[in-house]
Design a protein around this ligand. Structure first.
Ligand code: GLY
Length: 365
């Protein structure tokens, strides 16, 4: 009679032997990042609204500064820009007219991350996310706790609701239903009101863009990756709604030796696909960032077709997802891409030895 444990391996060892070990041995391990590496060609990739700080940011990477310092400064400029209605100061508020911010950052060199969600009255949520990473043993602080934490670390209380954002919210409130007692502006004043948000359109229109965000990923001269994503989230959202931006693996993810990725657009879809970690997993397996981004977008289309069974508005009349979603990615070889679910003539920002510039997003549809 044989020894029972020798004759009959338990379920855990069968899974490890038959599935996990071959799978893992097929891919390079993240640990290879600890091996001696040649200097990398510094690179920044992100959403188009991140372009402003990229030239200076790239110069800092060339001087050898850490990627995390640079990406946070790049997005801080967008957070402080009152004209950007998707991020920080001037961001469009929630249903109640309150600006609630989400942000996260991740450092590939230490595989650590920090984030904040539903944070009010703080100008630089990405900096607070970094404090969560560096000054707590946690990954995510939300709401009042995140606010108190930010104040404890010296961040000022700031009124983030600009006049432009307040007026957009008021128009949305006044026109969202014919069954309440709020009235839109008198006839004849309509055209004036439509011009309240130049370039954005009328908050009362179905075509009004309610998503926006900023993301920046970096490859430093030392070959380390880092990233951050920051947003005011979905315009006129249900109070307390948290999108993908502060969720590690969804709105951003990076991994030493593999690469970095981030998302902008409809957060719920990025959450349900774990979009950024899915992109980085493909980078780890050797995919080009463009192929990784398009593969994850294709999965999101399939997932959306399932979701449309209970939410038909997620698909347009051609059966294509009706919302916007963008993915940005770079790998440690210096390859990069930006992809969009739909829409031509859309762009993303990149900075490398060829300069800081906008490039066309690869589009699935
Ligand atoms: N991607 C930003 C959001 O959905 O909140």
């Amino acid at each position: 009679m044989g020894h029972p444990s020798a004759a009959r391996p338990d379920r855990r060892s069968v899974i490890a032997g038959a599935v996990l070990l071959p799978t893992m041995s097929a891919f390079p391990r993240p640990g290879r990042a600890r091996e001696a590496r040649p200097a990398a060609e510094p690179l920044l990739v992100g959403s188009s609204n991140a372009l402003g700080g990229m030239e200076e940011g790239h110069a800092r990477l060339v001087r050898g500064e850490p990627g995390l310092d640079v990406v946070i400064d790049v997005v801080s400029a967008v957070e402080a820009d009152p004209e950007d209605t998707s991020v920080g100061l001037g961001g469009l508020p929630n249903e109640d007219g309150v600006v609630q911010l989400d942000a996260a950052c991740m450092d590939g060199a230490t595989h650590n991350a920090g984030s904040v969600a539903a944070l009010e009255n703080i100008l630089h949520p990405a900096r607070v996310a970094r404090l969560v990473m560096e000054r707590t043993d946690h990954c995510l602080l939300v709401g009042k706790g995140a606010y108190e934490f930010a104040r404890m670390h010296g961040h000022e209380h700031v009124d983030l609701l600009t006049e432009k954002a307040r007026e957009a919210w008021l128009r949305w409130r006044e026109t969202m239903s014919t069954r309440d007692d709020r009235l839109p502006p008198p006839a004849g004043k309509e055209d004036e009101k439509t011009g309240w948000i130049p370039g954005l359109g009328d908050p009362a229109a179905d075509s009004f863009p309610r998503h926006g965000t900023t993301h920046c990923s970096a490859l430093s001269r030392a070959g380390d990756v880092a990233c951050t994503t920051t947003t005011s989230g979905l315009a006129f959202k249900v109070p307390g709604r948290v999108g993908d931006s502060p969720l590690i693996g969804c709105g951003l993810y990076c991994e030493a030796g593999s690469g970095s990725a981030g998302a902008t657009g409809r957060g719920e879809s990025a959450i349900l696909a774990n979009a950024s970690s899915a992109v980085v997993a493909l980078l780890r397996a050797g995919a080009h960032p463009r192929d990784a981004g398009l593969e994850v977008m294709s999965r999101i289309v399939e997932q959306t077709r399932l979701q449309a069974a209970w939410q038909p508005g997620l698909l347009d009349e051609k059966g294509i997802p009706s919302f916007g979603l963008e993915l940005y990615a770079l790998d440690t070889e210096g390859r990069f891409a930006g992809v969009t679910l739909r829409g031509k003539d859309r762009e993303f920002a990149v900075a490398n030895a060829d300069g800081a510039r906008l490039e066309p997003l690869e589009t699935l549809f």
